[in-house]
Ligand binder design. Sequence first.
Ligand code: C2E
Ligand code: CA
Ligand code: CA
Length: 636
Amino acid sequence: MHRLFAKLRTKATAPSGEVNIDALGLAVSLAFEETDRDRRRTERSITLMVDELEQLNRNLEDVVARRTAELHERERELRDQNLRFDAAINNMSQGLIMFDAQGNLVICNQRYLDMYGLTRDQITPGISMVEVFKCRIAANTFAGVAEIYCNDVMRELASGQIAGRMVEMRDGRTISISNRIVPGAGWVATHEDITERRVAQKKILHMAHHDLLTDLPNRIMLGESLGHALTHAARGYSLAVMYIGLDHFKTINDTLGPDTGDDLLRIVANRLRNCIREGELVARVGGDEFAVVQNGVTSPMDAALLARRIRETLGAPYYLRGQTAIVDASIGITLSPGDATEPAELLKNADMAMSRAKAEGRGTYRFFEPEMDARMQSRRTLELALRNALPNGELELYYQPVVNLADNTVTSCEALIRWHHPERGMISPAEFIPVAEEIGLIIPLGEWVMRKACADAATWPDGIKVAVNLSPTQLTSPQIVPAVIHALAAARLPAQRLVLEITEAVLMQNTGTTLAALHQLRELGAQIALDDFGTGYSSLSYLRSFPFDKIKIDRCFIKGLDDGAESGKIVRAITGLAHSLDMATVAEGVETEHQLEQVRQLGCTEMQGYLFSKPVPLGEVSALFARTVTLKRSAA
Ligand code: C2E
Ligand code: CA
Ligand code: CA
C-alpha cells in the first residue's frame, strides 16, 4: 500500500517538488476502484470454484451410490445363481459327485446320496474319495475294496482318461456312470439309474423278436436263431427245419370268431412248445403257420418222427369257449446241410414242402424235393406274366353258346377267358384263374371280363343273354355290385340279359356279404346260375340258401351217362329237384348225340358242349346263332 501510495504521490508531484493534491486524490480514487474490481473478480472466481467443487462432489456421490447398488445387485445375482445351482444339482435325475485333483470331495448332490443310501453329514466337502466309498460299503451300495477302487480311478485320472462304466447293483439296479475331467480341477462323475430304460429296451427287443399273440419267436428271430444253429451244428449231425400249417384254420376263424381263433393259436403254440427239446426252436411265421428247428438229426427218420408227433399233438381236440374243434396240420420238412445251408433257403424249402403237403390232401408231411423249387419258379414266372397280360392286351373272351332244349335255339353264350401268352401260346383259364385269385388279380381281371362281355352282348340279338363266371374273391369284394352296374350301363345292356355263374365255393366264403351281394344283383334283373353242380360238398343246402335261376350240372355227370352207371339217376334227381324249385337245368359238356338224347330224356332244360360248339372268338359267335336249325335237325 505504501509502495502504491509512494508511486501515486511521485506521479502527482511536479518537478518542483510540489504535490498536486487533486491529481493525487484522483489517482488514489482510481487505484481504489481498480482494487475493488480485482476483489470482486476474485470473489466471483471463488464462488464459481466452490460451485464446481460442490457439483463434483455430488457426481462422486452418485457414482458411489450407483456402484454400491450394482455391487448389491451382483451379490444378489450371485446368491440367486448359487441357489439355482444348488437346486439344479440337487434336483438332477442323475447323481453327481465332484472331486478335486487330489481326490477330495468338492460337491455331491442329493440324488447321489439317495442312490447310494448316504447322508449329508457323512459326505461333507473335503473328505477323501476313499472315505466316500467306505460310507458306501457301510450302506451296502458298493461291493469292492475302497482303496483299490479309488487307486484305480486316480490312476486313470492321471493317465488323462477316466472311462465311463455300467454297474449292476446287488439290488438289481443298473447304474450308468460317466466321468468327465475338469481341467486342472479334478473330475466330475454323473451316475444314472437306467434300470427302467433297460427294462423297456429289453421289452422292445423282445417285442421285435416275438409274436404278440403267442409270445413265440417271430420270423426275424427264427432267421437269426437258425443262422446261429447252422454255424454251431454238431459235426455229423443234420438240422431239420419244418413249416407247420394248420389246415382249414380260416374256416374255424370264420365260424367260431377271431377271438376263439386266437385262443386256438395260443394253444397250438403251447402244444408245439411241448413237442420240442431243450435248445430247439418253435416260431410263428404267419397267421396259421409255425416253424420248428430240430437239432441233432441223424437221419430223415428223426425228422419224420417229430413231424408225426407234432401232427398227433396238434390233432387232439381243442376245447374253446364251450366249443370243440379238431385241427389237422400239414408239415413241410427240409434238412441241412443236405437241402441247403442258408437260413433263407431252408425256410423257403420248408414252406414249399408244406405247400406240397397241403396240395396233396393236407393232414400229412412232405420232405422238400429240388423239383418243388423248379415248380415254384415257374409259378412265379406265371404270376409275373399274368400281371402284364391285361395291360399287354393278351386276354380275349371266347363265347360258348347254351342251347335251350325246348326249341333248340341259342339262349345265351358263356364268356370264357383266353390268355394268349407271348411264349407259351394259349394258356387254359383252369391254370391261370386260380393264380389270379390267389394274387388278387382276379378283381381287375374280372371287371375287364364283365365290361367286355356286356359290351359284346350288346351287339347280339335281344333274345341272347351273356353268362359271366364270377370267382369267390370277386363276390366278397364290396366292388362287385357297382362293377356290374357300371358294365351294364356302359354297354347299355339290360340286366335281364346278364347271367352270373357262381360255384358252391362262392357260398362257402363269408356267406353273409356274399348272399347280400347276390340278392342285390338278382334284384337288378340279372340271373344267377349255380355252376359245376354236384362237384361240391353239400349241394342241397346251398340250393336252399339262394333262389338260383339255373343249375349247371357238371360235365362229370354228363360224361358218366355213357357208362350207364349212377350218373343218370343223379342227373334225374337234380332235374327233378330243380324243376320243383322252379330252376332251369343246363347239362354241361355234352359231346355226343347219345349224351344229348339222354340229357333231354332226363329232363335237362338246356345244354352246352362241344357237340353244338366249342367256345369260339367273338367274331365267330354270331354265325352260331343261326345254327340252331342244324341241331334241331340232328337232334330230332
Ligand atoms: P366252367 O365255368 O365250368 O366252364 C366250362 C368249361 O368247360 C370251359 O373250359 C369250356 O371250354 C369247357 N367245356 C365246354 N363244353 C365242353 C365239352 O363238351 N367238353 C369238354 N371237355 N369241355 C367243355 P375253359 O374255357 O377251359 O374254362 C375253364 C374254367 O375256367 C371255367 O369252367 C371257369 O371256371 C373258369 N373261367 C373261364 N373264364 C372265366 C372268367 O372269365 N372268369 C372266371 N372267374 N372264371 C373263368
Ligand atoms: Ca361257367
Ligand atoms: Ca361249369
